[in-house]
Design a protein around this ligand. Structure first.
Ligand code: FES
Ligand code: FES
Length: 159
């Protein structure tokens, strides 16, 4: 049965009439047209569907829309500001930290959650905290480099 679910999506208040059991990924992709979160395993394993809820990475395939009521949801579409890419996005491009790109939005959002907590994560910290985000293209070393480069940009005054 549909009910009103209100939450903040990429900084804007939203209220949707939706089945509260509907997976968040299908609300984002299907109902709202935000296709940055990718559907990979559908079982909470690969991390391709990662978004942030209250600043924490969650699997949107394994999260019901009702669970985000009253919370802040950030998708990859919410990272750029005024047409300017976030330093993490810039660093991923500059370091060529992807091949097919299927894992990339989830990787960037997981990295963003790290950088919300620490300004200078070590490579080991990045690996440990992003270990559950899988990349089938083997871009891991470049991803770690990109996260460190973005951390440097942000320490230097980027957002
Ligand atoms: S699609 Fe959600 S974790 Fe794989
Ligand atoms: S770049 Fe292809 S899955 Fe990571």
């Amino acid at each position: 049965m549909k009910q009103a679910v209100a939450f903040t999506l990429n900084g804007k208040r939203r209220s949707l009439a939706v089945d509260s059991e509907r997976p968040l990924i299908w609300v984002l992709r299907g109902d709202l047209g935000l296709t940055g979160a990718k559907f990979g395993c559908g079982a909470g394993i690969c991390g391709a569907c990662t978004v942030l809820v209250g600043g924490q990475p969650v699997r949107s395939c394994a999260t019901r829309i009702g669970e985000v009521a009253g919370k802040r949801v950030l998708t990859i579409e919410g990272l750029e500001k005024n047409g300017k890419l976030h330093p993490l996005q810039e660093a991923f491009v500059r370091e060529r930290a992807f091949q097919c790109g299927f894992c990339t939005s989830g990787m960037i959002l997981s990295a963003y959650a790290i950088l919300l907590k620490t300004q200078s994560p070590s490579p080991a910290e990045i690996v440990r905290q992003m270990d559950d985000n899988l990349c089938r293209c083997g871009s891991h070393l470049r991803i770690v480099r990109a996260v460190q480069a973005a951390a440097g940009l942000m320490r230097g005054g980027g957002r």
